[in-house]
Design a protein around this ligand. Structure first.
Ligand SMILES: [Zn+2]
Length: 301
């Protein structure tokens, strides 16, 4: 897998599969609004084709009842992919948020876990990031935005347009300064060391949330200039009150946490205010004081 192979996949798949061609075209037309709030840049984008994913029921009962759209027998006939590593197939996402948006789907129907074996957990993310310079590789935890929490998968797409990824590139390892979001940064030129530091943070989070299979997290991996960067967003909740009460159809996953607010419903883009952005980020993030304790007193991961 490399960027040229993904370019070729999109060329072949947009010709063979009208749903993908429509999704790519709709993303190109998507309207955006820029916000600059307390030194942080946030971009909101209206993408109607995200509505099913944003509003998908994620309770275990609903997940058990629906056919898994990542299992081979339920995928569209026109969809074909390329291999990555021993376990993954890379498929074009017909409902893109990013340019060249792909899903890296594990061969087994097994739960979404980032702390799984190196070949399928965060280690696989780091390998994928290495293979795709200029891209981000994304993980949404099973209770933090994954629309298939029962089938292990990552996403990837071009990094361009994700405000926080641009801001974090030269960040010191530790807690990223941010007005509302808890963002833990792990970086380095040795993937084994980066994975160890990440697993240490995850086990400290797991100690804080002992009842959960996995703490609520979103993770973004990127590789540039010989160096990996992992952004870890510890979450307090998945959906904000504004979503639950029907005021704003915004259900943040990793891409939203990185500063790209995905709004599938007409009118929400015009209606969105800086106050909404501040309150939603504050509500769904683990409080910054708690994140500081996870990182450690010295502030280093
Ligand atoms: Zn499945």
């Amino acid at each position: 897998m490399n960027p040229a192979a993904i370019d070729a996949l999109f060329e072949e798949q947009t010709a063979a599969w009208p749903d993908l061609a429509r999704g790519v075209e709709s993303l190109e037309r998507a309207r955006r609004r820029e916000f600059e709030i307390r030194g942080a840049r946030v971009v909101a984008v209206h993408i109607p084709h995200r509505v099913a994913s944003t509003t998908a029921p994620v309770d275990p009962g609903a997940i058990r009842r629906r056919p898994c759209f990542l299992c081979p027998e339920n995928r569209p006939d026109a969809q074909s992919g390329i291999g990555f590593g021993e376990h993954f197939i890379v498929l074009a996402n017909p409902f893109p948020i990013l340019e060249r948006h792909v899903t890296l789907v594990h061969s087994e129907h097994a739960p979404q876990r980032i702390t799984g074996p190196a070949s399928s957990g965060v280690g696989a993310m780091l390998q994928a990031a290495r293979a795709l310079p200029g891209y981000v590789v994304i993980y949404n935890g099973p209770r933090s935005g994954a629309s298939a929490p029962d089938h292990l998968h990552f996403q990837a797409g071009r990094a361009r347009g994700l405000p926080l990824v641009e801001a974090a590139r030269d960040a010191v390892v530790g807690l990223l300064p941010d007005p509302w979001r808890s963002v833990l940064v792990v970086g380095g030129d040795d993937p084994v060391g980066v994975e160890e530091k990440f697993r240490r943070l995850m086990s400290r989070l797991a100690a804080r949330f002992p009842d959960a299979d996995e703490p609520r997290v979103n993770v973004i991996a990127a590789f540039a200039d010989g160096r990996w960067t992992l952004l870890l967003f510890p979450r307090a909740r998945h959906r904000p009150a504004a979503f639950v009460e029907g005021r704003l159809t915004w259900s943040p996953g990793a891409i939203d946490m990185a500063g790209l607010v995905v709004l599938p419903v007409a009118g929400d883009l015009e209606k969105l205010t800086a106050d909404d952005i501040e309150s939603v980020y504050g509500e769904v993030s683990l409080p910054i004081d708690a994140a500081r304790k996870i990182v450690g007193q010295g502030g280093s991961a």
